[in-house]
Design a protein around this ligand. Structure first.
Ligand code: DOR
Ligand code: ZN
Length: 346
């Protein structure tokens, strides 16, 4: 017995592709299933200017295997020195789709991020004027704030004041992890959207911490308690167009994950859609999958829905993915959802 579901080809509205050997390895994993992705700019050094975004775009296209198609939607990394005119020119030419705000120190390679939000006011005002969306890593970084509260505190202390001070600024709350995040989106208007990752829909902090620490489940924002996961699943399966898929697939070499100080990020690109199909089916919401993966994101960004389709098939036998992929001299471990998968793609 098999069940099939054909949907418009998905996009990934939050993706880390990295550079060099890792880029070469992970790009086909995304391009196989997704037509476009919002490409995160947190390289070392970060992508802060239009010229750097153009060069990174070229490296991505050069790494795309023959016969595959993929459109990287480039982003600029917002710093306190970002030039509003350079940003506006990069946006007007179609080179960049959005700008990423990392509070300084919030996550991997975020040391050039923003500490004093007043310093980026002119840039945010320019973005509101030209209609360039701001993608936000929504966590405060103050040491005295508990890591599990950082998203909720960010909404109150930083995000809401920025939005009130900048009417017309379109904001995507990236990878929301809390009921607070979902509720904040629901309480606002169409200028505010949110991406949700695969891991935050299926895992809570117990999955990461009970019975031993699982480094491959460590990502930022960190997994929260079960009630938050349930609120995210409700949001993703609700059909509300303000919620869409951003996998935040974030590859690190296996040795950096399985380390004394583990790097943050889950590499979900290979099996994201398989996991999502199963999760939506279990939630009785398979009919909402296409909206989440393929329709709501383009609507938020004002882009056309992909005209081609993918077919997801549920069979009786387990669908497996490699444990790890080779990337140059290292490997990158593929995310393991912790339950057998029965949905295959393509
Ligand atoms: O877990 C994460 N990994 N969260 C982020 O915000 C960044 C990402 C990365 O670049 O590794
Ligand atoms: Zn990310």
């Amino acid at each position: 017995m098999s069940t099939t579901l054909t949907i418009a080809r998905p996009d990934d509205w939050h993706l880390h592709l990295r550079d060099s050997a890792i880029l070469q390895t992970v790009l086909p994993e995304t391009a196989r299933h997704f037509a476009r992705a919002i490409v995160m700019p947190n390289l070392v050094p970060p992508v802060v200017t239009g010229a750097q975004a153009a060069a990174y775009r070229e490296r991505i296209m050069a790494a795309l295997p023959e016969g595959m198609t993929f459109q990287p939607l480039m982003t600029l990394y917002l710093t306190e020195d970002t030039d509003p005119e350079d940003l506006a020119a990069a946006h007007a030419s179609g080179l960049i789709t959005s700008v990423k705000l990392y509070p300084a120190g919030a996550t991997t390679n975020s040391s050039s991020g923003v500490t004093n939000f007043d310093k980026v006011r002119p840039v945010l005002e320019k973005m509101a004027e030209i209609g360039c969306p701001l993608c936000v890593h929504g966590e405060v970084t103050d040491r005295e704030i508990d890591i599990f509260d950082r998203e909720a505190v960010f909404i109150d202390r930083v995000l809401d004041p920025i939005r009130k001070a900048t009417p017309g600024l379109r904001v995507v709350m990236e990878h929301i992890t809390t009921k607070n995040g979902a509720d904040y989106v629901l309480a606002n208007d169409k200028d505010l959207g949110a991406t949700i990752t695969v891991q935050h829909l299926i895992l809570d902090r117990n999955d990461m911490l009970v019975g031993g620490m699982r480094p491959h489940y460590y990502c930022l924002p960190i997994l929260k308690r079960r009630e938050h996961r349930e609120a995210l699943l409700a949001a993703a399966t609700s059909g509300d167009t303000r919620f869409f898929l951003g996998t935040d697939s974030a590859p690190h070499p296996t040795h950096a994950k399985e380390a004394e100080c583990c790097a943050a990020g889950c590499f979900t690109a290979p099996n994201a859609l398989s996991i999502l199909a199963q999760t939506f089916e279990q939630a009785g919401a398979l009919d909402k999958l296409e909206g989440f993966t393929s329709l709501h994101g383009p609507a938020f960004y004002g882009l056309p829905v992909n005209t081609d389709t993918i077919t997801l098939t549920k069979g009786d036998t387990e669908v497996t993915y490699p444990n790890a992929l080779q990337a140059g001299e290292h490997t990158v471990t593929v995310f393991d959802p912790g339950f057998p998968l029965y949905w295959s793609v393509g």
